[in-house]
Design a protein around this ligand. Structure first.
Ligand SMILES: Nc1ncnc2c1ncn2[C@@H]1O[C@H](COP(=O)(O)OP(=O)(O)O)[C@@H](O)[C@H]1O
Ligand SMILES: [Mg+2]
Length: 264
């Protein structure tokens, strides 16, 4: 049995004065790629925020790497947060710094490495994402795909045990997005990390997911393997996974898909 790295125990997630988004028991196991999927606004990013220490549950517990993330011990919590990497939706690179400097930020903050070692580590991370040639460039000089890779290198700087990604392929063309999926899969193998990805891209889900957690407004509608998701009779799950198949069969793009393709 794979080790459980994350447990939501009767956790209620939401915002003050708003309807509950998620009220769930949920676990994530070591060594898998889990995709959190579901329609826009159903709470995917909210779930991610709760898992990375940015949103305390209204009720219940969020346990990450054996620690209650919102318990009283701040040192323990910081120790856990140092072991997770996050690739935010917008990449969030600092424009005034080079790619290399961006990656060195968290090393400067969290380690006592010498400048030389820090630079060496940052260059290694850049090599892992195929950007060794871009170390001295500024974010504005990078393509969308390169920016994502640079942000990914930064999220890997501290050798995380778990990597969280929010819509990593948003705004990328299909070829670049597929390249990013391949990179995530190879990083999972090489670095032996657990990856949790928020995405609604079926191509990505099919390429990378071992496990699916599907949300709908008000809660979790499905958890299970990718194969189980495709066999699920749940109407929301069927509707989600049929989108592309229907398009393929009829050669038509649904309105939902057209709208999604137009999203920035
Ligand atoms: N900081 C916030 N305060 C209040 N409501 C929020 C906040 N962030 C998100 N929401 C609301 O919570 C719901 C879920 O948002 P989100 O988790 O971002 O959805 P998703 O990532 O699935 O598109 C939305 O209705 C959104 O408006
Ligand atoms: Mg989101």
């Amino acid at each position: 049995m794979a080790k459980t790295l994350i447990t939501l125990a009767d956790a209620t997630l939401g915002y003050p004065g708003k309807d509950t988004l998620i009220d769930a028991n949920l676990t994530f196991d070591e060594g898998r790629v889990a995709c959190i999927v579901g329609g826009s606004g159903c709470g995917k990013s909210t779930l991610l925020k709760a898992l990375i220490g940015l949103l305390p549950p209204k009720k219940g517990q969020v346990e990450v790497l054996g620690t209650n993330l919102y318990g009283s011990d701040e040192n323990q919590r910081d120790a856990v947060l140092r072991q997770i990497g996050v690739l935010f939706q917008n990449g969030a690179l600092l424009n005034s710094m080079t790619v290399l400097e961006n990656i060195m930020i968290s090393l400067q903050e969290h380690t006592n490495l010498s400048d030389g070692l820090m630079e060496e580590t940052a260059r290694l991370k850049l090599a892992q994402v195929g950007l060794e040639h871009a170390a001295t460039l500024f974010p504005a000089e990078l393509s969308g795909g390169m920016r994502k890779r640079a942000a990914l290198a930064r999220s890997l700087a501290m050798d995380p045990v778990i990597l969280f990604c929010d819509e990593p392929s948003a705004g990328l063309d299909p070829v670049t997005a597929a390249g990013l999926d391949d990179l995530l899969l190879s990083l999972k193998e090489i670095l032996d990390i657990t990856i949790i990805v928020v995405t609604h891209e079926l191509m990505s889900i099919n390429a990378i997911a071992d496990r699916i957690v599907m949300l709908k407004p008000g809660g979790i509608v499905f958890t299970g393997s990718l194969a189980e998701a495709k066999d699920s009779p749940e109407p929301e799950v069927v509707a989600f996974f049929r989108r592309k198949q229907l398009k393929g069969a009829e050669g038509k793009v649904s309105l939902l898909e057209q709208m999604e393709n137009q999203r920035p």
